[in-house]
Ligand binder design. Structure first.
Ligand SMILES: [Cu+2]
Length: 161
C-alpha cells in the first residue's frame, strides 16, 4: 500500500516542475542537499514545508537511504556570535496555512553516517514522517540550492563522524 502511494508520488514529481510532493495537507518544495565536501560523512538537507490544511501538523522524523540516520536540527547564533546547533527532538510544527523553510543557518535535516558521498546533481530520497499527514517520500537534489550562496552550511559540521 505504501509502495503504491510512493509510486503515485513519484509520478507527480516527474510530471510537475518545480517538484511538489503532497501527503494529506502537507506540501514539500525546493528540497535539496548541499554538495558534500570530500571525505564528509554528514550532509545537510533543506526544504520548504507548507501546511494547506486547517490543523497544525508536526514533522517528527526523517529517514534517508544510504545513511545511518537523519535528525532535525536548528542552528542559532548566541549572544557572542557563536553558531550553535542542537537536535530538535520535538520536531517542527507547521501551523495551518503556513510554510516553514528549512534553510542554511536555521532549521535543517542532518544526515549522519552517509555511506557513499552524494554526487552533485544526483537525487536522494528522504522519507519524512508527519504526525497527521503520515509519511511521504521526497527527492532531494544534491547541489548548491536555488539562489543560495555557498560557504556557510558545511561549517555547521566541520568534523567527520
Ligand atoms: Cu545539524
Amino acid at each position: 500500500m505504501k509502495n503504491l502511494v510512493h509510486l503515485v508520488l513519484a509520478f507527480i514529481v516527474l510530471s510537475a516542475l518545480p517538484a511538489n510532493v503532497f501527503a494529506g495537507d502537507i506540501s514539500i518544495e525546493n528540497a535539496w542537499i548541499r554538495t558534500m565536501p570530500a571525505g564528509a560523512k554528514i550532509a545537510a538537507g533543506y526544504l520548504d514545508i507548507s501546511n494547506l490544511g486547517n490543523a497544525a501538523d508536526v514533522l517528527v522524523s526523517a529517514k534517508v537511504e544510504n545513511a545511518a540516520r537523519a535528525e532535525i536540527h536548528r542552528m542559532t547564533i548566541d549572544g557572542n556570535g557563536v553558531m550553535r546547533m542542537r537536535a530538535v527532538p520535538e520536531g517542527i510544527e507547521i501551523a495551518p496555512g503556513e510554510t516553514v523553510n528549512l534553510a542554511p543557518g536555521a532549521l535543517h535535516l542532518m544526515i549522519m553516517g552517509v555511506m557513499e558521498p552524494y554526487a552533485p546533481g544526483g537525487e536522494i530520497e528522504i522519507e519524512l514522517t508527519f504526525e497527521v499527514a503520515g509519511t511521504l517520500a521526497a527527492m532531494f537534489v544534491v547541489g548548491d540550492g536555488p539562489g543560495v550562496s555557498n560557504g556557510m552550511s558545511m561549517q555547521e559540521h566541520s568534523t567527520n563522524d
